[in-house]
Design a protein around this ligand. Structure first.
Ligand SMILES: [Zn+2]
Length: 307
């Protein structure tokens, strides 16, 4: 019934993308449940088909076997670390891997909502320890994160940016103009620096280095109706930023394979849309003229930041 009503609505109001906009679109999976045979098979199949349609690789930012949440899933599905690692290596033949961090105030109590580090409930010591352990797991299993990061629960702040830059990360997909994909830090940084939807920007920390931000535009569709997607995209577009670069995201576990592939088939026939992947980013083909945002040294001072 709802679908029928929507179809009627969309014949009256099709929510077309104005021709003035040019889009460069990529895909970012928050990859969390590869230990589950069915989810992994679907992810692998999707990435192969996505590559055929777009000519580009999806970016799969991964959670490691060090995460308490992933470790519990691995135990339940009888998937040891080596098997998870083997699957990540296999996935890297059709997608580009990166790192997806979820952090806890106390990893032992990971099932309790209040221990999830999402915004202001933050501890620098816990963040660093879990970040280092995750990178250690990737290194131990020979998995290259390719300098690509996406934040779990959209957690971001200056300390995580500093850790990422120190560890050699080059690109981050944790910022968005969509209300669903941000925390207070990333939202305020974008507002204060007049960052518009789809505008790449470079965050610099004096004395440390820089990382480039490629925004998350919107989630992958669960609906087969194309205007369901464009309607949501139109909500965040800014007519002053007509070159729109960004990723569409989903988890591996909530991917609607058929509808998402259908969306990309439709995109591939539209003149105003082209695709990019990690190789395009890492080979510097469109990184010129990024807006520069500096995090001042004062952002790292104060007693609250030292625990
Ligand atoms: Zn996640």
């Amino acid at each position: 019934m709802k679908q029928t009503l929507k179809k009627i609505l969309y014949t009256v109001r099709p929510y077309s993308l104005p021709e003035v906009f040019n889009f460069k679109i990529g895909y970012n999976f928050h990859t969390e449940m590869v230990y589950d045979d069915a989810i992994y098979a679907k992810l692998l199949s999707f990435c192969g088909q996505y590559l055929q349609i777009t000519g580009k690789q999806a970016i799969c930012t991964l959670m490691t076997g060090n995460s308490p949440k992933v470790a519990a899933g691995m135990k339940a599905f009888k998937c040891p670390d080596q098997k998870l690692s083997d699957r990540y290596h296999e996935l890297s033949t059709v997608a580009t891997l990166g790192y997806h961090g979820h952090f806890y105030l106390n990893p032992l109590h990971w099932q309790r909502y209040e221990t999830e580090i999402r915004s202001n409930n933050f501890s620098k010591a816990n963040l660093k320890e879990q970040f280092d352990n995750d990178l250690g797991w990737l290194k131990n299993y020979g998995i290259n994160h390719n300098g690509l990061y996406a934040g779990g629960w959209w957690f971001m702040n200056q300390h995580l940016l500093a850790l990422l830059i120190d560890a050699g990360f080059k690109f981050d997909f944790s910022f968005s103009k969509s209300v669903y994909f941000r925390n207070q830090f990333s939202h305020q940084l974008m507002v204060r620096n007049y960052i518009k939807t789809g505008q790449n920007f470079e965050i610099q920390i004096p004395g440390k280095g820089k990382i480039v931000e490629i925004q998350n535009l919107i989630g992958a569709p669960s609906s087969p109706l194309f205007p369901d997607y464009t309607r949501n995209l139109l909500k965040i577009l800014d007519k002053e930023q007509t070159n729109v670069t960004g990723v569409i995201n989903s988890h591996d576990y909530d991917l609607n394979q058929a509808n998402t592939l259908k969306l990309f088939e439709r995109f591939s026939k539209m003149k105003q849309i082209s695709f990019f992947d990690a190789e395009d980013l890492l080979t510097n083909s469109f990184n010129a003229n990024n807006r520069v945002v500096q995090i001042p040294a004062t952002a790292f001072k104060g007693p609250a930041m030292n625990y």
